[in-house]
Write a protein of this length. Structure first.
Length: 123
């Protein structure tokens, strides 16, 4: 009975150790896959980048766009359904106030605040 418990605990901890190791190593590899690597630019790599940019600009300059669509009768037959927007009233002064009670109150209220005498606390 003692031997079977000992064997069980050894097997349990072995399986636990293997599973935890796989879990921890799996997380580190996932973290390594999600990392962004940044290369320091050196003279050679900046020249390569400049060449790539110049080649892309040359490709863009070689593109020919067909502007005949603007003279097409179907395009010219399109109608403008423009709607002029009217100016809306300004926003409420307090958007959290109940509706109808958002007017600004300009009354001033004076409060009588007792001034403590030297050494005496206000109770």
């Amino acid at each position: 009975m003692k031997q079977s418990k000992k064997t069980f605990f050894i097997a349990f901890f072995s399986v636990f150790a293997v599973i935890s190791t796989v879990f921890v190593l799996g997380r580190t590899t996932m973290a390594q896959e999600n990392q962004i690597t940044v290369e320091r630019s050196s003279f050679g790599s900046s020249m390569e980048t400049a060449e790539q940019i110049l080649s892309l600009l040359q490709e863009l300059n070689a593109l020919q766009l067909d502007d005949s669509i603007f003279t097409d009768p179907m395009f010219l037959s399109l109608k403008d359904f423009h709607i002029d927007l009217t100016e809306e009233p300004k926003q409420r002064s307090n958007p959290f106030a109940p509706i109808g009670q958002d007017a600004v109150i300009t009354e001033s209220v004076e409060a009588n605040v007792p001034v403590p005498e030297e050494g005496r606390p206000i109770i």
